[in-house]
Design a protein around this ligand. Structure first.
Ligand SMILES: Cc1cc2nc3c(=O)[nH]c(=O)nc-3n(C[C@H](O)[C@H](O)[C@H](O)COP(=O)(O)OP(=O)(O)OC[C@H]3O[C@@H](n4cnc5c(N)ncnc54)[C@H](O)[C@@H]3O)c2cc1C
Length: 381
């Protein structure tokens, strides 16, 4: 049985970054991925993912985001490929809504450059937008998007150059603690390691039963519609957005990579799923949910449908991540529950996982992401 310093279980967004950061520290590391590298069965496909600094979810993400940006730029330099495209970002909602207020609070607390725009100012400045009265936006110039599948490829290829071993098309069937280390068995073999880093995305709870109620997979659908006025939706004319309106919370992108304005709805049709049995086809109801929103708020983008893709969120009860050691086994590190907003952090999560695997702690503040918060939150009897 081959022995490693660390095994990374799952080579998607987070696992590819963890692999790279472990290899960079001269550790002997193996990454195991059940599908291709990259693939379209998990949470990281569909070409692009938003990155934004004015983080409405919680201001304590902002220091992590600054480091994430820095690491993405370093990775771009290493691979000599563009992975991060800046468009600016819009976070919009009613003035007393979570998206506007949270985003503004993050800007104020962390002194981020930004502008507050009412609906008329926003529509005039970015004419692809047609927002109604009562919606207010934070514009933050550092927002943009990452080329998510290319990011995975970049992390894996640099990790390999640094000596990492990577096995695609190999499924982990189980793992167990062996003394201070771990043993992992797959449909192709058995491996041992000092440390195990679990980055299994929507499959996390299948590999760590403690996550059963804490990292819950949910079906999502992405849509691409052909704009009738494409010039309004080009990268230099159209900032990425997050928006809470009557219909729900939506996000969107300019045209990039494949034809169409890209749009999605958070918690799409609120379908909890088993990732091994999820309906991976997109249906008329999925399309209508996205088209209705697009026609109302971006009417010049609501032309024919170009593409529809299903994808998976993995939600925690409070929608903050889980970045921690296993509750009973300090040789096992867990990155899980990214709740539909994790990709932009992959670069820094890779660093955090390497820190946890190497020393049991991280240079970053992980208080918001501890597993024990769920016990503390549950009622005592
Ligand atoms: C539609 C959609 C839109 C999103 N938009 C954004 C956005 O704009 N910005 C943003 O920051 N985030 C966004 N997110 C969230 C973000 O994409 C995810 O948080 C992130 O991709 C999660 O990465 P991951 O590594 O946990 O999962 P994945 O990339 O899915 O990786 C997990 C990997 O583990 C592998 N695996 C699982 N079980 C096994 C096993 N037994 N053996 C071997 N391998 C295994 C899987 O095959 C997979 O490759 C979005 C997500 C979706 C679905």
């Amino acid at each position: 049985m081959t022995h490693y310093d660390a095994i990374v279980l799952g080579v998607g967004g987070m696992g590819s970054a963890a692999l790279y950061h472990l290899a960079r520290r001269h550790l002997r590391v193996l990454g195991i991925e059940r599908y291709n590298i990259p693939h379209e069965m998990g949470s990281s496909h569909g070409l692009t993912r938003i990155i934004r600094l004015a983080y409405y979810e919680h201001p304590s993400y902002v220091p992590l985001l600054r480091r994430a940006y820095e690491l993405w730029r370093q990775l771009e330099n290493t691979v000599q490929e563009r992975l991060l495209i800046i468009t600016g970002s819009i976070d919009a909602s009613p003035a007393d809504g979570e998206v506007f207020m949270g985003s503004k609070a993050s800007c104020d607390i962390h002194h981020l450059p930004h502008a507050v725009l009412d609906h008329q100012e926003l529509n005039a400045r970015f004419p692809g937008y047609r927002l109604p009265q009562g919606i207010v936006a934070v514009y933050q110039p550092d927002g943009g998007f990452l080329l998510s599948e290319r990011c995975i490829v970049a992390h894996v290829m640099v990790a390999q150059e640094l000596g990492a071993e990577v096995h695609g098309q190999e499924r982990v069937l189980g793992w167990e603690a062996k003394g201070q280390g771990v043993e992992v068995h797959t449909d192709r073999g058995r491996y041992s390691a000092e440390k195990l880093v679990i980055c299994a995305g929507a499959w996390g709870a299948k590999l760590v039963p403690e996550l059963a109620t804490l990292a819950v997979p949910e079906r999502q659908v992405l849509g691409w519609f052909q704009p009738t006025r494409p010039a309004l939706f080009r990268v230099h004319a159209f900032p990425v957005f997050n928006m809470a309106v009557e219909e729900g919370r939506y996000y969107g992108f300019p045209i990039y990579g494949i034809p169409g304005f890209k749009v999605g709805r958070y918690h799409h049709l609120e379908q909890r799923v088993d990732p091994d049995r999820m309906d991976r086809e997109a249906h008329r109801e999925d399309e209508e949910t996205l088209r209705h929103f697009t026609a109302r708020y971006f009417p010049d983008a609501a032309g024919p449908t170009m593409s529809l893709k299903t994808c998976l969120f993995t939600n925690t009860p409070d929608e903050h991540f889980i970045l921690d050691l296993h509750p009973d086994l300090p040789q096992v590190c867990i990155a899980a529950g990214f709740s539909g907003h994790g990709f932009k952090f992959c670069s820094v999560v890779g660093e955090i996982m390497a820190d946890l695997a190497q020393t049991g702690r991280s240079r970053h503040d992980l208080e918001l992401f501890r597993l024990r918060r769920f016990q503390e939150a549950s009622p005592t009897h």
